[in-house]
Write a protein that binds this ligand. Structure first.
Ligand code: GCO
Length: 255
């Protein structure tokens, strides 16, 4: 039986992959054989990430664009068309965080988080899906949710609303695109040791809360998400659609 987790011959676009979880996902898919396209807005961070994966012998290129800009996203996909690049796997990972109580939260900040964390998933996915449908060879879309796709935490309302929307948008994608052999699923990371969480990790009370709130009693590591990303990117998950898999140490499963 051939290796159902093999991604050789596939091209994967991972948004927000210059660092953090996005970079881990990209590294994992490259390791499974995919050609990976990294994305970010900071040229230096993106170039360093591309150079690192290239130095490890992987097929990789970088594309700097704002995932929340429909103009920039459609231009990038036109460039892919021109260059004969077909995206078989899309991981919508790009996301920002903005922590403030709702009564103090500026509307512009709310809109920015919704734009980057939710609207971008719609904007990028439909460009990819259009081409997957036209090519007729199916595809994989993996959206990155959160524990806040399921339960709320105070002071992160736009992030929570966006990630709840990501879970339901994933199901909407399954409803419309499963017939084209496109599998749209999501990953819900728990509290993971990333730069975005640096302020939380360094806060002793928060660190204690994370360890006391999940039965594994520790933060997750970025590389602990790779297996699920490869699984959902591979033919091993061809009959999985509209699901969200929580990689959270058991947090959401235990009172
Ligand atoms: C926060 C964190 C969370 C986690 C993750 C949990 O401020 O609570 O940033 O959003 O990063 O999303 O699943």
């Amino acid at each position: 039986m051939n290796n159902m987790f093999d991604l050789h011959g596939k091209t994967a676009l991972v948004t927000g992959s210059g660092r953090g979880l996005g970079f881990s996902y990209a590294k994992g898919l490259a390791n499974a054989g995919a050609r990976v396209i990294l994305n970010g807005q900071n040229e230096d961070t993106l170039s360093a990430a591309v150079a690192q994966l290239k130095s490890e012998g992987f097929q990789v290129l970088g594309k700097r664009f704002d995932v929340s800009s429909e103009a920039q996203v459609s231009k990038v996909f036109e460039e892919f068309d021109r260059d004969g690049i077909h995206v078989d796997i899309l991981i919508n990972n790009a996301g920002i965080q903005y922590r403030k109580p709702m009564v103090e939260l500026e509307l512009e900040a709310w809109k920015k988080v919704i734009d980057v964390n939710l609207n971008s998933v719609f904007i990028v996915s439909r460009q990819a899906a259009k081409r997957m449908i036209e090519k007729g060879t199916g595809g994989k879309i993996i959206n990155i949710g959160s524990l806040t796709s399921e339960a709320a935490r105070a002071t992160v309302s736009p992030y929570t609303a966006a990630k709840g929307g990501v879970k339901m948008l994933t199901k909407a994608m399954a409803a419309e695109w499963a017939q084209y052999n496109i599998q749209a699923n999501a990953i819900g990371p728990g509290y993971i040791l990333t730069d975005m969480n640096a302020a939380l990790i360094e806060n002793k009370d928060f660190d204690d809360w994370v360890k006391a709130s999940n039965p594994t009693q520790r933060w997750g590591h970025p590389d602990e998400l790779i297996g699920t990303a490869v699984y959902l990117s591979s033919s091993a998950s061809n009959y999985i659609n509209g699901q969200i898999i929580y990689v959270d140490g058991g947090w959401l499963s235990v009172l």
